[in-house]
Design a protein around this ligand. Structure first.
Ligand code: PHB
Length: 388
């Protein structure tokens, strides 16, 4: 080999080496925006723990790129969520925005996803209309109408002919109220009143007094994850259980994160939801065990599962597109079908929303601990809130 040949070979080898180095250093960035402080901090904690567990189990390289998870606390303030999302897109060049602990936080950020063509994975928020706020939104949590319709069918068949609704006064609460009420009425039952409580720091006392005076067969409740415990306590303190009024609702009120601390007052509460930590499948048992092991015994709730499944959707899309971004990455998220710790689920390619089973559950003591025990299943429930 003459000198010139040698030189060319060396240069080529050098270029190759630096190219593969650049490739190895190329990142796939996920911006995870969550309430990590304030009244909804449990949502942030659960989702971050689940995302980290997913990465620990599936590696931190995907589609040939190193995954970088950037976690930010939005303190559950919509203007903060939006500002953080903008910074993550512009400065950090994230391929995906994820998290979104409350409906207003997801809605505030939707325009950023649209303008920057960045897929936005909603892992927690659950108002039906969220997926319609941007064509770049995908959801792995659930929708309130999915849960509410199931209870509107179950209750009248189980001795509940009259009910009062009591919901947090914002998107998901209003969805829960509407879909439960319409279904109850369709089934010949009566709604005696529809009560709405403030979303933050609610004082349930005057509302529960009103329920007591109305003497319905049941009070149907939605409050966001993290708020259910004081409601449950005041329900008993005001003697509603003794007055023969049943407490029913969405699974948010018997959230696995706080259920065990509620005590026996929660026993017998029937709810409809997509996830229980006691869901009977091999995959869920493995998930709960690994989650608890990695988090000092913390029990995963439905927020954790939304985060875990969200990471699955992101990883598989990154694999299919070799660490792609924008429309291609979004397209690879649509239509994914897989087994989740909640049971079978898929992302409807048309609506970009989650389709999964809804379970009717009752709080029971198992091995000295309180669990939502699933006893009936509605299969493959689409969001009833979608008109198209
Ligand atoms: C929501 O704000 O969309 C939300 C938050 C917590 C829940 C359910 C829905 O448990």
């Amino acid at each position: 080999m003459n000198r010139r040949h040698l030189l060319t070979t060396c240069v080529a080898a050098g270029l190759l080496a630096s190219a593969s180095l650049a490739q190895a250093q190329e990142k796939f960035r996920i911006g995870l925006i969550l309430p990590m402080s304030g009244p909804f901090a449990s949502t942030g904690k659960q989702i971050e723990a689940a995302a980290r567990l997913y990465m620990a189990q599936h590696g931190d390289t995907v589609g040939g790129k190193k995954v970088e998870l950037i976690v930010k606390d939005d303190t559950s303030a919509p203007d903060v969520t939006k500002r953080i999302a903008q910074e993550l897109v512009v400065n950090e060049k994230v391929q995906v925005l994820a998290g979104f602990g409350l409906t207003p936080l997801a809605l505030a950020t939707a325009p950023i996803a649209t303008q920057s063509k960045t897929p936005l994975v909603v892992m927690a928020a659950a108002t039906s209309s969220i997926t319609e706020a941007s064509p770049f939104i995908i959801r792995t949590s659930f929708t309130l109408p999915q849960a509410a319709v199931a209870m509107g069918d179950w209750a009248p068949k189980n001795g509940i002919k009259t009910a009062v609704t009591l919901v947090s006064d914002y998107g998901p609460g209003i969805d829960a109220e509407k879909y439960f009420k319409d279904r109850m009425v369709l089934n010949g039952a009566k709604i005696l009143d529809t009560l709405r409580v403030p979303m933050r720091n609610p004082d349930f006392a005057p509302f529960l007094q009103k329920v007591r005076d109305l003497k319905p067969d049941a009070v149907y409740v939605f409050v966001p994850s993290g708020i259910g415990a004081p409601l449950m306590k005041q329900f008993a303190e005001r003697g509603l259980d003794k007055a023969g009024i049943r407490l029913i609702g969405t699974g948010d009120i018997t959230d696995d994160d706080i259920l065990n601390g509620m005590g026996d007052v929660a026993l017998g509460v029937v709810t409809s939801h997509h996830y229980s930590a006691s869901h009977n499948s091999a995959l869920n048992k493995k998930f709960v065990e690994a989650f608890q092991k990695a988090n000092g015994g913390l029990r995963p709730n439905f927020m954790a599962v939304g985060g875990y499944d969200g990471m699955r959707v992101i990883y598989e899309a990154a694999k299919a597109t070799k660490g792609g971004s924008g429309q291609a990455l979004l397209d690879a998220m649509k239509g994914q079908i897989f087994e989740s710790p909640r049971g079978p689920m898929f992302i409807d390619a048309q609506t970009r929303d989650v389709v999964h089973n809804i379970y009717i559950r009752k709080v029971e003591k198992v091995g000295g601990q309180l669990f939502n025990q699933e006893f009936a299943t509605l299969k493959d429930v689409k969001d009833p809130g979608k008109t198209k």
